[in-house]
Design a protein around this ligand. Structure first.
Ligand code: ADP
Length: 398
């Protein structure tokens, strides 16, 4: 390409200038060509020397600069930061990932490049005690990340590599939190059950009183069963790949409405149904799961709304995007913006005292969210504190 361009430029020159000027230009072109050729030849031979020596395992014949070039080439293949330090902990060279994360700061001490207190403290410990060759540290601000740093001695260098462990640490922390929440949710009804079982006494209390205790034991046992069922559903959604089938959306929605109609009536909530537009509409969905989604949304609308308000369930097409939208809208207590982003987390309940009278474990929306994601649908949540909430589920038509 470059040669073609050169020929073209020369043809233009010949047609415009006289021979003297052309000769002068050609002379300069020749000189610059020779210099470029000599430069590339030197670089190529240096690299081929390195390649030949390293291939044959003969590192001794390489100069220090050649070795550094070779290490530099090698460490650039790693996608985490690697620094080669001298004995004073100054950076001799670093890989591209380190340059990207910490900037190109050759000859600076590593502790002036990674200016984190925990990191510096561990480096100081390493300087005083050679055994400490790997340590965990956290960069709290601004990212709140966790890292593992490994230091290895290699020839005249100290090789320091930094591995980002944030994902693993968060996963572990979430798992621990999950177990704490789960045991707490199970322990509460269990202690109530044990307490009442110990209280039941047919000699001391009347039959009526004992019956009341047994009813409480029964309802708490059902609560525990419900929680275990929800946990199983969640782990099934998270781990299994279920085959999708065609479901008749209109039929599924009507089935859910049928089981909730009486409950809304009992609480004097006006249930408005507007789903006839989607009669005979089918979508691909994991079996029985759309019903779980609707039941969760309807049960929340019921639980978090006061009497004499309205709840609307409506379905419509978004023809532009070949989608169907199912909406559950209430005029209930609403959710603040801060909480809106968290309500799909496992065990998250907005303001526990506000929710105290409503049974729940904060798992319904986590399950709903998981089902929706597995089926490649979308859920939109809009809410106004004190005014009400709208949950929209959008799915592609099959
Ligand atoms: P829960 O069993 O507590 O209802 P969910 O996962 O279904 O669990 O909901 C999580 C939290 O989100 C609820 O505890 C409640 O604080 C809030 N929430 C869910 N739906 C609504 C709603 N329609 N209106 C107001 N708050 C809601």
């Amino acid at each position: 390409m470059a040669i073609l361009l050169l020929v073209l430029v020369n043809i233009i020159l010949i047609s415009f200038f006289d021979t003297k000027i052309i000769f002068i230009i050609l002379f300069f072109e020749m000189i610059s060509g020779l210099i470029t050729f000599a430069f590339f030849k030197r670089k190529a031979s240096a690299l081929s020397n390195v390649a030949m020596s390293t291939n044959s395992g003969n590192y001794n014949s390489l100069t220090d600069v050649q070795l550094e070039n070779y290490y530099q080439l090698l460490i650039n293949h790693f996608d985490f930061p690697i620094f080669f330090l001298d004995k004073n902990f100054e950076i001799k060279f670093l890989n591209s990932q380190a340059k990207l994360s910490y900037g190109k700061k050759i000859l600076s001490p590593i502790t002036s490049v990674i200016r984190d207190y925990e990191f510096i403290e561990n480096i100081e410990k390493y300087k005083n005690n050679d055994n400490l060759n790997n340590f965990l540290w956290k960069k709290k601000l601004p990212e709140n990340k966790s890292y593992k740093t490994e230091i290895k001695k290699f020839n005249n260098f100290l090789v320091l590599q930094i591995i980002d462990l944030t994902k693993e640490v968060n996963k572990k922390r979430n798992h621990e939190l999950y177990l704490t929440n789960l045991t707490h949710e199970l322990k509460t009804p269990l202690s109530v059950i044990i307490g009442y079982l110990e209280t039941i006494n047919f000699e001391e209390f009347s039959l009526e009183e004992n019956k009341k205790f047994i009813e409480i034991v029964n309802s708490k046992s059902l609560e525990m069963k419900n929680l275990i069922d929800q946990m199983l559903k969640l782990s099934e959604m998270e781990s299994l790949t279920k085959v999708k089938t065609k479901i008749n959306l209109y039929q599924v929605i009507n089935k859910s409405i049928k089981s909730y109609r009486e409950l809304f009536k009992k609480k004097s909530i006006n249930l408005i149904v507007d789903v006839d537009k989607i009669k005979n509409t089918f979508i691909e969905f994991t079996p029985n799961d759309f019903e779980i989604v609707l039941n969760n949304l309807l049960s929340n609308a019921l639980n978090y709304s006061d009497s004499n308000t309205s709840v609307t369930i409506a379905a419509s097409f978004i023809s532009k995007e070949n989608q169907v939208e199912i909406m559950v809208k209430d005029q209930g207590i609403g959710i603040s913006n801060d909480n809106l982003t968290r309500i799909t987390e496992k065990f998250y309940r907005v303001d526990k005292s506000r929710n105290n009278l409503i049974h729940g474990h904060g798992l319904g929306l986590a399950i709903t969210n998981e089902i929706i994601a597995k089926n490649k649908c979308k859920m939109l949540i809009l809410s106004n504190l004190g005014k009400g909430s709208t949950f929209k589920v959008l799915c592609k038509l099959s």
